[in-house]
Design a protein around this ligand. Sequence first.
Ligand code: 13P
Length: 287
Amino acid sequence: MLVSATEMLQKAKAGHYAVGQFNINNLEWTKAILLTAQENNSPVILGVSEGAGKYMGGYDVIVGMVNGLIKDQNITVPVALHLDHGSYEHCYKCIEAGFSSVMFDGSHYAIDENVAKTKEIVAAAHAKGISVEAEVGSIGGEEDGVIGMGECADPEECKMVAELGIDFLAAGIGNIHGKYPANWAGLQFDVLDAIQQKTGDMPLVLHGGTGIPTEMIQKAISLGVAKINVNTECQLAFAAATRKYIEEGKDLEGKGFDPRKVLAPGFEAIKATVKEKMEIFGSINKA
Ligand code: 13P
């Protein structure tokens, strides 16, 4: 059964570890992540961007696929199905479709409008037991065509948004989506520290989990980060494994392009990547 992400993240924050949000794109990714969570007795969050939602055929398809896998694969660890960087309209679509968590990314609105819309979505989501993530500041890099400039969050603004009834808060602290450039200044721990002091027990979210050195991840967890989002790293692992299989000409053997065989190395690569992240985040045996 899907659960909201609230309880698992409150436990993670209190226990000084983080739960991974791994973004999904198809059946293989979803199954790989769920099986890895189960094998390692770890809670997990499946992230769905609006673009991935469209690609997979719509939010009802995704809810059906995830619930079906949980049932047929006997997944008993806590699993949240979460809309990643949702617009106002898509938050409502996911609340209706049966997601258990949504992120309302109102960071591009003026603060007053962000506040009003966040409050509205919190009320609609909480009425159905669904958790809500909000964002302050912006996460740099490019995701699904949305380009964030990567401004660090203002701790006072974080306090104000945290008090709107949201369940966890993403704050920009110099993190970006995708690969980090060679001249990246690193995470701004003084800003994170100030945000945690203003927001108390609120679980904090670190986007752009790909390519952040382990020591920085661990320091961020020690300063209140309880959810870490990973997407690009799974994509790179999947692409490399698939490319290797095709370059070796294995897709031409037997039945030719057999999708079950061609996608199998990518499936295993995602499992390995997810397990490695769960070890670093400390979520193994925390289900
Ligand atoms: P990466 O693609 O950098 O891992 O970031 C994922 C993310 O933050 C999704 O919201």
